[in-house]
Design a protein around this ligand. Structure first.
Ligand SMILES: Nc1ncnc2c1ncn2[C@@H]1O[C@H](COP(=O)(O)OP(=O)(O)OP(=O)(O)O)[C@@H](O)[C@H]1O
Ligand SMILES: [Mg+2]
Length: 262
Protein backbone atom coordinates (compact mmCIF):
# COMPACT_ATOMS: atom_id res chain seq x y z
CA UNK A 1 0.00 0.00 0.00
CA UNK A 2 2.79 2.38 0.98
CA UNK A 3 5.02 1.60 -2.01
CA UNK A 4 2.32 2.16 -4.59
CA UNK A 5 0.65 5.17 -2.92
CA UNK A 6 -2.55 3.20 -2.56
CA UNK A 7 -3.77 4.66 0.71
CA UNK A 8 -6.80 6.35 -0.80
CA UNK A 9 -7.92 3.22 -2.64
CA UNK A 10 -7.60 1.15 0.55
CA UNK A 11 -9.51 3.71 2.56
CA UNK A 12 -12.31 3.56 0.00
CA UNK A 13 -12.46 -0.21 0.22
CA UNK A 14 -12.58 -0.08 4.00
CA UNK A 15 -15.25 2.61 3.84
CA UNK A 16 -17.39 0.45 1.56
CA UNK A 17 -17.14 -2.57 3.86
CA UNK A 18 -17.93 -0.38 6.83
CA UNK A 19 -21.03 1.09 5.17
CA UNK A 20 -22.30 -2.37 4.22
CA UNK A 21 -21.93 -3.51 7.82
CA UNK A 22 -23.72 -0.40 9.13
CA UNK A 23 -26.64 -0.92 6.75
CA UNK A 24 -27.04 -4.57 7.67
CA UNK A 25 -26.83 -3.83 11.38
CA UNK A 26 -29.39 -1.01 11.16
CA UNK A 27 -31.78 -3.27 9.26
CA UNK A 28 -31.46 -6.13 11.74
CA UNK A 29 -31.89 -3.84 14.72
CA UNK A 30 -34.94 -2.13 13.23
CA UNK A 31 -36.57 -5.51 12.65
CA UNK A 32 -35.76 -6.56 16.21
CA UNK A 33 -37.05 -3.29 17.65
CA UNK A 34 -40.41 -3.60 15.87
CA UNK A 35 -40.67 -7.29 16.69
CA UNK A 36 -40.65 -6.65 20.44
CA UNK A 37 -43.78 -4.43 20.69
CA UNK A 38 -45.68 -6.76 18.36
CA UNK A 39 -44.84 -9.76 20.51
CA UNK A 40 -45.72 -7.87 23.67
CA UNK A 41 -49.02 -6.78 22.17
CA UNK A 42 -49.90 -10.36 21.28
CA UNK A 43 -48.90 -11.56 24.75
CA UNK A 44 -50.87 -8.99 26.71
CA UNK A 45 -53.87 -9.18 24.37
CA UNK A 46 -53.98 -12.91 24.87
CA UNK A 47 -53.85 -12.51 28.64
CA UNK A 48 -56.78 -10.13 28.46
CA UNK A 49 -58.84 -12.50 26.29
CA UNK A 50 -58.14 -15.50 28.47
CA UNK A 51 -59.12 -13.62 31.62
CA UNK A 52 -62.19 -12.10 29.96
CA UNK A 53 -63.62 -15.38 28.72
CA UNK A 54 -62.21 -17.43 31.59
CA UNK A 55 -63.86 -15.19 34.19
CA UNK A 56 -67.26 -15.86 32.61
CA UNK A 57 -66.71 -19.61 32.74
CA UNK A 58 -65.58 -19.33 36.37
CA UNK A 59 -68.68 -17.28 37.12
CA UNK A 60 -70.90 -19.99 35.60
CA UNK A 61 -69.05 -22.61 37.64
CA UNK A 62 -67.74 -24.54 34.57
CA UNK A 63 -64.05 -24.25 35.53
CA UNK A 64 -62.09 -23.46 38.68
CA UNK A 65 -59.93 -20.29 38.99
CA UNK A 66 -56.84 -22.46 39.24
CA UNK A 67 -57.61 -24.07 35.90
CA UNK A 68 -57.89 -20.68 34.23
CA UNK A 69 -54.59 -19.52 35.75
CA UNK A 70 -52.86 -22.69 34.65
CA UNK A 71 -54.11 -22.14 31.10
CA UNK A 72 -52.80 -18.60 31.21
CA UNK A 73 -49.36 -19.80 32.30
CA UNK A 74 -49.14 -22.39 29.54
CA UNK A 75 -50.17 -19.85 26.92
CA UNK A 76 -47.44 -17.49 28.17
CA UNK A 77 -44.77 -20.15 27.93
CA UNK A 78 -45.76 -20.88 24.33
CA UNK A 79 -45.63 -17.22 23.29
CA UNK A 80 -42.30 -16.76 25.04
CA UNK A 81 -40.88 -19.69 23.10
CA UNK A 82 -41.83 -18.02 19.82
CA UNK A 83 -40.02 -14.94 20.97
CA UNK A 84 -36.95 -17.08 21.60
CA UNK A 85 -37.18 -18.61 18.11
CA UNK A 86 -37.19 -15.09 16.65
CA UNK A 87 -34.05 -14.26 18.64
CA UNK A 88 -32.30 -17.41 17.51
CA UNK A 89 -33.17 -16.63 13.90
CA UNK A 90 -31.05 -13.49 14.27
CA UNK A 91 -28.19 -15.10 16.17
CA UNK A 92 -27.87 -18.27 14.10
CA UNK A 93 -26.54 -16.78 10.83
CA UNK A 94 -23.96 -14.76 12.78
CA UNK A 95 -22.87 -17.80 14.75
CA UNK A 96 -22.58 -19.92 11.62
CA UNK A 97 -20.40 -17.36 9.84
CA UNK A 98 -18.16 -17.09 12.90
CA UNK A 99 -18.01 -20.87 13.30
CA UNK A 100 -17.04 -21.30 9.64
CA UNK A 101 -14.15 -18.90 10.05
CA UNK A 102 -12.95 -20.63 13.21
CA UNK A 103 -13.13 -23.99 11.43
CA UNK A 104 -11.21 -22.55 8.48
CA UNK A 105 -8.38 -21.46 10.77
CA UNK A 106 -8.34 -24.78 12.65
CA UNK A 107 -8.27 -26.77 9.41
CA UNK A 108 -5.40 -24.83 7.86
CA UNK A 109 -2.53 -27.17 7.14
CA UNK A 110 0.85 -25.55 7.90
CA UNK A 111 2.92 -25.39 4.70
CA UNK A 112 6.13 -25.45 6.71
CA UNK A 113 6.66 -28.80 8.39
CA UNK A 114 9.44 -30.58 10.19
CA UNK A 115 11.50 -32.82 7.90
CA UNK A 116 11.12 -36.59 8.20
CA UNK A 117 14.88 -37.07 8.34
CA UNK A 118 16.38 -34.57 10.80
CA UNK A 119 19.99 -33.58 10.14
CA UNK A 120 22.10 -32.05 12.90
CA UNK A 121 23.97 -28.76 12.62
CA UNK A 122 27.60 -28.67 11.58
CA UNK A 123 29.37 -27.28 14.68
CA UNK A 124 32.43 -26.32 12.59
CA UNK A 125 30.33 -23.86 10.65
CA UNK A 126 28.59 -22.31 13.65
CA UNK A 127 27.23 -18.86 12.85
CA UNK A 128 27.58 -19.22 9.10
CA UNK A 129 24.60 -18.35 6.93
CA UNK A 130 24.63 -18.99 3.20
CA UNK A 131 22.10 -18.20 0.49
CA UNK A 132 22.67 -20.34 -2.58
CA UNK A 133 20.94 -18.99 -5.71
CA UNK A 134 17.76 -18.33 -3.75
CA UNK A 135 14.58 -17.27 -5.50
CA UNK A 136 11.37 -16.72 -3.63
CA UNK A 137 7.80 -16.08 -4.66
CA UNK A 138 4.97 -15.47 -2.17
CA UNK A 139 2.21 -18.09 -2.52
CA UNK A 140 -0.20 -16.91 -5.20
CA UNK A 141 2.06 -14.09 -6.43
CA UNK A 142 2.92 -13.75 -10.13
CA UNK A 143 6.43 -12.35 -9.77
CA UNK A 144 9.24 -13.56 -7.51
CA UNK A 145 10.23 -11.07 -4.79
CA UNK A 146 13.78 -12.45 -4.59
CA UNK A 147 15.71 -13.49 -7.67
CA UNK A 148 18.87 -15.59 -7.59
CA UNK A 149 20.23 -14.22 -4.27
CA UNK A 150 23.66 -15.60 -3.50
CA UNK A 151 25.79 -14.56 -0.53
CA UNK A 152 27.57 -15.76 2.61
CA UNK A 153 27.24 -14.12 6.03
CA UNK A 154 30.22 -15.10 8.18
CA UNK A 155 30.27 -15.23 11.96
CA UNK A 156 31.87 -12.19 13.60
CA UNK A 157 31.06 -10.00 10.62
CA UNK A 158 28.09 -7.71 10.14
CA UNK A 159 26.09 -8.31 6.98
CA UNK A 160 23.56 -5.64 6.05
CA UNK A 161 20.91 -5.33 3.34
CA UNK A 162 20.03 -1.96 1.93
CA UNK A 163 17.09 -1.31 -0.34
CA UNK A 164 13.99 0.75 -0.90
CA UNK A 165 10.60 -0.05 0.60
CA UNK A 166 9.25 -3.27 -0.83
CA UNK A 167 12.58 -4.45 -2.24
CA UNK A 168 12.42 -7.67 -0.18
CA UNK A 169 14.67 -7.09 2.85
CA UNK A 170 12.18 -8.45 5.39
CA UNK A 171 11.26 -11.28 3.03
CA UNK A 172 14.92 -12.31 2.79
CA UNK A 173 15.33 -12.29 6.57
CA UNK A 174 12.13 -14.31 7.03
CA UNK A 175 13.65 -17.14 4.98
CA UNK A 176 16.38 -17.74 7.58
CA UNK A 177 14.12 -18.83 10.51
CA UNK A 178 12.05 -20.62 7.83
CA UNK A 179 8.85 -18.58 8.05
CA UNK A 180 8.62 -19.37 4.34
CA UNK A 181 10.30 -21.99 2.20
CA UNK A 182 12.40 -20.89 -0.75
CA UNK A 183 10.98 -21.42 -4.23
CA UNK A 184 14.41 -22.23 -5.67
CA UNK A 185 17.93 -22.65 -4.30
CA UNK A 186 18.69 -23.21 -0.63
CA UNK A 187 19.32 -21.36 2.61
CA UNK A 188 21.83 -22.90 4.98
CA UNK A 189 22.42 -22.12 8.65
CA UNK A 190 25.51 -23.60 10.31
CA UNK A 191 26.19 -25.49 7.10
CA UNK A 192 22.87 -27.32 6.76
CA UNK A 193 19.79 -26.57 4.70
CA UNK A 194 17.09 -25.05 6.95
CA UNK A 195 14.58 -27.52 5.48
CA UNK A 196 16.56 -30.46 6.86
CA UNK A 197 16.70 -29.50 10.55
CA UNK A 198 14.00 -29.41 13.19
CA UNK A 199 12.29 -26.03 13.35
CA UNK A 200 12.64 -25.83 17.12
CA UNK A 201 16.44 -26.28 16.99
CA UNK A 202 16.76 -23.83 14.13
CA UNK A 203 14.80 -21.08 15.83
CA UNK A 204 16.62 -21.76 19.09
CA UNK A 205 19.81 -20.58 17.36
CA UNK A 206 18.41 -17.38 15.91
CA UNK A 207 17.72 -14.07 17.61
CA UNK A 208 15.58 -11.54 15.79
CA UNK A 209 15.17 -7.87 16.58
CA UNK A 210 12.16 -6.80 14.53
CA UNK A 211 11.53 -3.41 12.92
CA UNK A 212 8.77 -2.78 15.44
CA UNK A 213 9.67 -2.91 19.13
CA UNK A 214 7.29 -4.87 21.31
CA UNK A 215 7.28 -5.38 25.09
CA UNK A 216 5.12 -7.73 27.13
CA UNK A 217 3.42 -6.69 30.33
CA UNK A 218 5.54 -7.69 33.33
CA UNK A 219 8.86 -6.29 34.51
CA UNK A 220 12.03 -5.35 32.65
CA UNK A 221 13.54 -8.58 33.94
CA UNK A 222 10.67 -10.81 32.76
CA UNK A 223 10.92 -9.25 29.30
CA UNK A 224 14.63 -9.95 29.08
CA UNK A 225 14.17 -13.49 30.37
CA UNK A 226 11.29 -14.18 27.96
CA UNK A 227 13.38 -16.36 25.65
CA UNK A 228 15.64 -17.82 28.39
CA UNK A 229 13.78 -18.29 31.69
CA UNK A 230 16.76 -19.65 33.61
CA UNK A 231 19.22 -16.88 32.96
CA UNK A 232 21.64 -16.31 35.87
CA UNK A 233 22.11 -12.85 37.42
CA UNK A 234 25.56 -12.45 35.85
CA UNK A 235 24.21 -13.37 32.42
CA UNK A 236 21.34 -10.94 32.90
CA UNK A 237 23.79 -8.16 33.67
CA UNK A 238 25.81 -9.07 30.57
CA UNK A 239 22.71 -9.01 28.35
CA UNK A 240 21.73 -5.60 29.72
CA UNK A 241 25.24 -4.37 29.01
CA UNK A 242 25.27 -5.67 25.43
CA UNK A 243 21.85 -4.18 24.73
CA UNK A 244 23.07 -0.83 26.10
CA UNK A 245 20.05 -0.74 28.39
CA UNK A 246 22.02 -0.21 31.60
CA UNK A 247 21.72 3.56 31.64
CA UNK A 248 17.98 3.42 31.07
CA UNK A 249 17.42 0.79 33.77
CA UNK A 250 19.49 2.73 36.32
CA UNK A 251 17.14 5.69 36.03
CA UNK A 252 14.25 3.49 37.17
CA UNK A 253 13.54 3.41 40.93
CA UNK A 254 13.02 -0.36 40.95
CA UNK A 255 15.78 -1.22 38.45
CA UNK A 256 15.10 -4.44 36.56
CA UNK A 257 12.01 -5.02 38.73
CA UNK A 258 10.35 -1.98 37.18
CA UNK A 259 6.87 -2.89 35.89
CA UNK A 260 6.24 -2.56 32.15
CA UNK A 261 2.93 -2.30 30.34
CA UNK A 262 2.44 -4.07 27.03
N1 LIG B 1 2.94 -11.89 3.11
C1 LIG B 1 3.11 -11.42 1.86
N2 LIG B 1 2.40 -11.90 0.82
C2 LIG B 1 2.58 -11.43 -0.43
N3 LIG B 1 3.47 -10.48 -0.78
C3 LIG B 1 4.21 -9.95 0.21
C4 LIG B 1 4.07 -10.38 1.58
N4 LIG B 1 4.95 -9.66 2.33
C5 LIG B 1 5.57 -8.84 1.50
N5 LIG B 1 5.14 -9.00 0.21
C6 LIG B 1 5.64 -8.28 -0.99
O1 LIG B 1 7.01 -8.59 -1.14
C7 LIG B 1 7.75 -7.44 -1.51
C8 LIG B 1 8.90 -7.23 -0.54
O2 LIG B 1 8.39 -6.87 0.75
P1 LIG B 1 9.30 -6.73 2.04
O3 LIG B 1 8.37 -6.54 3.20
O4 LIG B 1 10.24 -7.89 2.11
O5 LIG B 1 10.09 -5.40 1.73
P2 LIG B 1 11.13 -4.62 2.64
O6 LIG B 1 12.33 -4.46 1.83
O7 LIG B 1 11.26 -5.29 3.98
O8 LIG B 1 10.37 -3.22 2.82
P3 LIG B 1 10.45 -2.18 4.06
O9 LIG B 1 11.69 -1.37 3.84
O10 LIG B 1 9.22 -1.36 3.87
O11 LIG B 1 10.45 -2.96 5.33
C9 LIG B 1 6.76 -6.28 -1.56
O12 LIG B 1 6.43 -6.04 -2.91
C10 LIG B 1 5.56 -6.78 -0.81
O13 LIG B 1 4.38 -6.27 -1.38
MG1 LIG C 1 10.81 -4.68 6.04
Amino acid sequence: IRAFGNEEESEKRFDQANKDLTHTNLFVNRVMVSLMPIMMFIMQGMTLLIIYFGAKQVDLGHIAIGEMMAFLQYAMIIVMSFLMVAMIAVMLPRASVAANRVAEVLNTEPTIENPVQITSFDEDKKGLIEFKHVSFKYPGADEPVLNDIDFTARPGETTAFIGSTGSGKSTLINLIPRFYDVTEGEVTVDGVDVRNVSMHDLRDRIGVVPQKGLLFSGTIESNIKYGAPDLSDEELAEVIDVAQAKEFIETKPLGVEEPIAQ
